[in-house]
Design a protein around this ligand. Structure first.
Ligand code: GLN
Length: 562
């Protein structure tokens, strides 16, 4: 098949095929794992996929490159509302993407890029751009072979560029959705073209257990599997998600209906802690099954996995509770703060502690008394990122309380800007200090739009985005935390501290301990003498990883424990 494939790829313009093979690509060099979901979404397909990737990379030393396909027509996640869709994650190259990419990246040493994220919008935009340039040479552009060819080309390009041993594909949504139907068709073609041993299909199903029946039911899973097989995809492994352990007879039914041995029907019940999942998957032997399907040999036992297991042991031993308040307006959808929650969750065990979160509805905080009532008894407070004016006055009141009561405070992005306003108003005496995002005609625009942002038209991919270098000032808390003067962190903002006010703020005791190397853009602030009062214009939660937690989160939690 491989030689045939290469031959056909060369003759693409004369045949019905549109086999998109990048130069230098060798079929079979990279293996593919494709994870799909049936029955319902939101049952942990992304978590399973990232944990499997971690297991293969950390335990066996494979170079695993993940990719998420989202079926929506947005080009990327930049314009999505986190209240509806969960957090917008930002990659080092500035790609605004689904939070699942954050889940993957946390388990990897290397950063991900735009090549790891694909939406329907991106596929169609690329195709139409190509068509306008005459790249299809007189042919009518069709779903098959052109759209599917574009998708296969994207995956092969990722394989080639990342030099991955395994490309791990997660297909968003569930089998049977119109949104991902042509993507699944592309996966069927991929398996055919690459050869059976080079593609492993894993389908994640949900086993229902209606309370009124008190027993597990596999019918919905069976129908999902049937739909998948109807699309010409034979799963190699079926992962069952459920509230309770899966009964043997359920596994047998799944086996009968999907042509796979019972040993490849995996019981993936709820874990106490997400970090345990790679270890659980190892105990079940999922990695061995996958390697078997793909005809791969484990290369070496990797020590990285020991580190992961030690983290899990530490999590089990962590007893001390740290009470953290998080303010914000998306507090009903916790997924909109997922990176912060994860950063707390994986950093606290290094102090043998766990974070207990209280959500603070800032629109309800209208007076210093309200702030005191909400914050009293907490060990520390985080004011995270945000957009628009709602709740901003309540956030400022909370920051004032933390500053005056020596309560550890961590401000992130919008939280950084609110801390500047609080200080300007209550310490520097600028009663009208505001951000032009909140009050466009304010007399004291202490937070103003970045000069380079003024002329930008259109939303989506236009903020100051992605990984940027910054300088950390010596003899500051930030320097003690990072232990160096040059760092790189991730940004997603349009507003910043107005340069006209920097001197005044500093004269009154605010220290800007981190800034952009060439421009006068302030990026870290702190107040000396306070237990912990630090805010960042960037998002340290994006780069914090279980095996390498962010110094900012670690420092904050240490202060909370004192
Ligand atoms: N709305 C603010 C800005 O655009 C903060 C952004 C954020 O918190 N991510 O600058």
């Amino acid at each position: 098949m491989q030689n045939e494939l290469e031959k056909l790829a060369r003759k693409t313009n004369e045949t019905e095929f549109y086999i998109n093979i990048p130069k230098g690509y060798k079929p079979g060099k990279t293996k593919f794992i494709v994870v799909t979901g049936s029955v319902i979404s939101g049952v942990g397909k992304g978590t399973f996929t990232s944990c499997l990737g971690a297991l293969l990379a950390l335990r066996h030393g494979f170079r695993v490159s993940p990719v998420k396909f989202d079926g929506y027509l947005n080009y990327d996640a930049g314009t999505l509302n986190p209240y509806r869709h969960g957090e917008v994650f930002v990659l080092d190259d500035g790609t605004e993407c689904d939070l699942d990419l954050g889940t993957y990246e946390k388990k990897k040493k290397k950063n991900l890029s735009k090549d790891n994220y694909l939406t329907a919008g991106k596929i169609f935009k690329n195709i139409i751009d190509k068509e306008r340039k005459g790249k299809y040479l007189g042919r009518d552009v069709q779903f098959i072979p052109h759209v599917t060819g574009e998708i296969k080309g994207f995956l092969r390009n990722l394989a080639l560029k990342s030099r991955a041993d395994i490309v791990l594909v997660e297909v968003g949504g569930t089998v049977g959705d119109i949104e991902n139907s042509y993507f699944l068709e592309a996966m069927r073609e991929l398996a055919y073209e690459e050869g059976k041993k080079n593609v492993c299909f894993i389908n994640v199903v949900y086993i229902l257990e209606p309370e009124s029946l008190g027993e597990q039911k596999s019918k919905a899973a069976q129908l999902g599997l049937r739909t998948l097989m109807g699309l010409g995809i034979q799963p190699d492994i079926v992962v069952c998600r459920s509230e309770n352990p899966i009964n043997e007879n359920i596994k047998e039914k799944i086996s009968i209906h999907s042509n796979i041995p019972v040993s490849r029907v995996i019981d993936a019940r709820n874990a106490d802690n997400i970090h345990e999942i790679p270890v659980i998957l190892k105990d079940i032997g999922v990695d061995r099954i996958v390697l078997d399907v793909l005809d791969l040999k484990a290369r070496r036992e990797n020590t990285e996995f020991r580190k992961w297991e030690r983290l899990v042991e530490r999590i089990r031993k962590s007893r001390k509770e740290i009470a953290i308040g998080i303010t914000g307006k998306y507090t009903t959808v916790h997924d909109s703060y997922i990176s912060i929650l994860k950063a707390l969750e994986h950093t606290a065990p290094y102090l043998l502690a766990k974070a207990k979160i209280s959500w603070i509805e800032t629109p309800d905080i209208k007076s210093p008394e309200d702030a005191e009532k909400s914050l009293h008894g907490l060990d520390g407070i985080i004011v995270p990122g945000g957009f628009g004016s709602r709740g901003s006055e309540g956030k400022i009141l909370c920051i004032k309380y933390a500053r005056e009561n020596n309560m550890p405070f961590l401000g992130l992005c919008f939280g950084f800007q609110m801390a500047v306003l609080e200080f300007a108003r209550n310490v520097c005496g600028l009663k009208d200090a505001n951000s032009t995002e909140i009050e466009p005609k304010t007399k004291e625009p202490v937070i103003c739009i970045l000069p380079e942002q003024e002329e930008i038209e259109g939303l989506g991919g236009t903020m100051r985005l992605g990984g940027l270098d910054l300088v950390v000032r010596e003899n500051t808390l930030a320097h003690r935390l990072y232990g160096k003067t040059k760092i790189r962190e991730r940004f997603r903002h349009r507003w910043n501290v107005n340069t006209k006010y920097i001197d005044l703020l500093e004269k009154n005791g605010l220290v800007f301990s981190g800034y952009a190397p060439e421009k006068r853009i302030m990026q870290i602030l702190e107040i000396p003498g306070h237990k912990f009062f630090l805010a960042t214009q960037f998002h340290p939660e994006f780069t914090s990883k279980p095996l390498n937690p962010s110094p900012v989160f670690r420092g904050f939690l240490e202060a909370c424990l004192k």
